[in-house]
Design a protein around this ligand. Structure first.
Ligand code: CMP
Length: 226
């Protein structure tokens, strides 16, 4: 792999050519099919992973076998840093939701890269901080909000993260499946479908293929209700 290939990852965006070459020297690629597990929670872990292409879901399985989705990660995102930093087993299961191409870096190389590049270490810490904030918000939602509130917050976060503002008063977002949304907000697929249909009946959102169009006034309404 050419060193310039690595500049596309936000984590390595500030590196000079020499530093990129040292990353290229230790990185490998791995491919997975949709639904492959990259690793399971509680396994020991030796690699740091960056997503070149595709998407993964980071999940935990409850004692009753219910899947809880902690996060969806896409191109440019990384995962697998925790087990390398705290020498504990993998904290969650990571599964490909689409054909996946990863760049992987072994533990000792990853730790050396962090030790030598403060800009990379700071970005990793900033991302871990962002994930902790998200987790805190989820704990708050689960403890204090009803399902409608949690779905409203889910759409607000989705719109903020990846929404495309259109001229016609709508914000377009890519829709995870109703089952995935349910597993993210702690409810059943049926409840998510019912609430989404209620919102559609009120013309607050439109669903077309894999895109949801959220009316901007709906987002304002969600914001004022939370
Ligand atoms: P690790 O524990 O090595 O393996 C599972 C990975 O999932 C973990 O590193 C993180 O990269 C990622 N992960 C764990 N919990 C969360 C979370 N709450 N949000 C986003 N990513 C997470």
């Amino acid at each position: 792999m050419q060193p310039s290939f690595f500049r596309k990852f936000p984590l390595f965006a500030d590196l000079d050519d020499r530093e990129l070459a040292s990353i290229a020297a230790v990185a490998k690629t791995r491919r997975y099919a949709k639904d492959d597990v990259v690793f399971h929670a509680d396994e020991s872990g030796d690699v740091f992973c960056l997503i070149r292409e595709g998407q993964v879901k980071v999940t935990m399985i409850s004692p009753e076998g219910k899947e809880i989705i902690l996060s969806l990660l896409g191109p440019g995102d990384f995962f697998g840093e925790m087990a390398l930093l705290d020498d504990e087993p993998r904290s969650a299961t990571v599964m490909a939701t689409e054909p996946l191409e990863l760049v992987t870096i072994w533990r000792s190389d990853f730790l050396q890269i962090l030790a030598e590049n403060f800009s990379i270490a700071k970005k990793v810490l900033a991302e871990i901080s962002r994930r902790l904030r998200n987790a805190s918000n989820r704990i708050e939602s689960l403890a204090t909000m009803d399902v409608y509130g949690r779905l409203a917050r889910f759409f607000l976060d989705l719109a903020k993260d990846q929404g495309k503002v259109l001229d016609n008063g709508y914000v377009a977002v890519t829709r995870p499946t109703h089952q995935s949304i349910a597993n993210m907000i702690g409810t059943s697929r049926e409840t998510v479908s019912r609430l989404i249909h209620d919102l559609m009946r009120q013309n607050l959102l439109l669903s077309e293929g894999k895109t949801i169009y959220l009316r901007k006034t709906a987002l304002d309404q969600f914001r004022s209700e939370l």
